[in-house]
Ligand binder design. Sequence first.
Ligand SMILES: C[S@@+](CC[C@H](N)C(=O)[O-])C[C@H]1O[C@@H](n2cnc3c(N)ncnc32)[C@H](O)[C@@H]1O
Length: 318
Amino acid sequence: MLGLLTRRQEAELITSLQGRGEIPFKFEYLGEGANNWDKIARARAKTPDNINSLEAELLEKRMSDFLKAFSNVKKLNLIDIGCGNGIPIFPVMDELRRRKISFRYVPLDISKEMLDLAVRNVTKRYGRVESKPLLIDFEQGNFSDIAYELKDDGSSNLFLFLGSTIGNQSDMGRVLTNFRDSMSSDDFLIIGVELTNLARIDKILSHYHGKLVDDLVYYVPESIGISRKETKTSVTWNEIKSQVELRIILDRDMEVKIGKNRMHFEKGEQIFTLRSIKFTSWTLTKLLSDTGFRTEMLVGDRKNSYSLSMVQPTRYTI
Ligand SMILES: C[S@@+](CC[C@H](N)C(=O)[O-])C[C@H]1O[C@@H](n2cnc3c(N)ncnc32)[C@H](O)[C@@H]1O
């Protein structure tokens, strides 16, 4: 697995483990990790009332309203940020097909395997689709150059950040700023976020137990020599940060090897593996406005458990 890391990623993993005792969650999607995510997404899609199905229903219902922002559009670039297996974008493509609007699929992901899977799934459903996969870590900076060039043929940009992926970010402001700085005044971003009833934390925590989640969060630990059998997992709620936190706790002293670097961990040490920040409509609206976005449209489901916000960078008047 570690052969898959670039030098920069290897340095980031080592620094993060040594400095903060954390494995950046984004690395869990690399290589074989992409299959672990695909299994979770497919299992979720079969269950009603979970985030993937709620988001799909909302997109099906409201995509025609979102598209009103693109009057006279010739062609849309669907920039699917953190594309996963690509299936969450199907309702968007279905609506574009119905309206005979042509599109280019632009999945953007840190994981080559996720990009391949997304393009495969889209091609399977829609036949030959023009696609331009982008292997990018969106934490590292903006991608305004690529977004700008995509419009060379007179097309328009619709960025999508689906599946409540914003909640897994250690620095949401940094990530949203990177998106904002990649967008010009005629681009839009649709961001899908789960809204949570914070009074039912017990119910939320139960979603983070089980083999599928373990397979995902143990992919990197097991690749660097931390055996699942010799650890325990801890799932806790951090009230102040409004986030679920997953950690692994070591049952014995362990030697971890990443590249040429060896690290020693002691029995009882904890390694942070996953955060999932939970939002209410208020905290989400505030986050978007604090990071310089203007909300063009905000839609939610009947139970107020999922929201889609269509936003644009705020323009400063001089
Ligand atoms: C929780 S999954 C969501 C996938 C999909 N959008 C969905 O709704 O099912 C997060 C996706 O974002 C990608 N990702 C996570 N961090 C990333 C980063 N820093 N840069 C690029 N992609 C990232 C992962 O590889 C994965 O495909």
